[in-house]
Design a binder for this molecule. Sequence first.
Ligand code: HPA
Ligand code: ZN
Length: 351
Amino acid sequence: MTWTVPPIAPERLPGLLAAMPKAELHLHIEGSLEPEMIFALAARNGVALPYASVEALRRAYAFTDLQSFLDIYYQGAAVLLEEQDFHDLASAYLARAAAENVVHAEIFFDPQTHTARGVDMGTVIRGLARACADAPARHGISAALILCFLRHLSEREAFETLEAALPYRDQFIGVGLDSSEVGHPPEKFARVFARCRELGLRIVAHAGEEGPPAYIWQALDVLKAERIDHGVQAVHDPALMRRLADGRVPLTVCPLSNQKLRVFPDLARHSLPRLLDAGLCATINSDDPAYFGGYVNENFRAVFAATGLRAEAAWRLAANSFEASFAGNAAKRDWTQRLQDCFERWHDDKA
Ligand code: HPA
Ligand code: ZN
């Protein structure tokens, strides 16, 4: 099916960006843990926090790079102990996403952050999966889980994590790779991901956030990643750009994350417009919205304002998010039709 993008007046673009249906494909559920919820869960679970107040905690969110963020992010997750905590966290995110016209979310979780503290794998997955299963009825959106391996830990620990998760195999659709990138190339996990492919899991990987284009090549050729999370460093490698464009390999781009972790000197110099110009299947996502200053709509608003992207790009990014998702073709067609309807309403001034 071919779609035509109705013209939209520039002053109506910010409203359209918020109103249009979209999928979110790069969201770490632990990164949606708001400071208020950290304090509420700490009180509920009797966990001591090294911060006196929500404001003091927020003041610590002054990151200089990926590692400076990860240190605080893992510390925040320490308040998550019970199945209900994981459920409440995911349910709060899904309510927020639905309010921003996200129609489908594929959600990362980091089990090793929790099992290392003595939390059982089943506690984590059951809580998150229950919130996802309830999402259509409660929030009017669909949701699925992707288990991420922490790449700063060993291959053996990744295998142990996979083993522990296998009793819950039907509760997650795929696996990813996150945490400290530089020094931990995708090939370190070649055998784990080969096993995951045998198990029929979908494959994604963070690559080219701070790491070089070589890590994106490895994610594609060694891990056989179907999507690249971030991937914004691909612009430094023309052959890689052609490979990503020709293969329609999606990139899940997170503008505010890149700004906060200083991947680009400022948002105006973000590589997103170059990725779109080169015909890549780029999408916009929020990564860790509680830490980076905005959920998905704020990511759209900020990057459009900073780079001057226009309505055609809005259409492309939302349509890409559906194409890039692991949902079925019928759902993708339905969402794309809803995108078309939304653009027509905004074009006709009826919205
Ligand atoms: N990169 C790597 N690991 C992460 C991120 C990220 O952006 N967010 C949460 N864990
Ligand atoms: Zn991420």
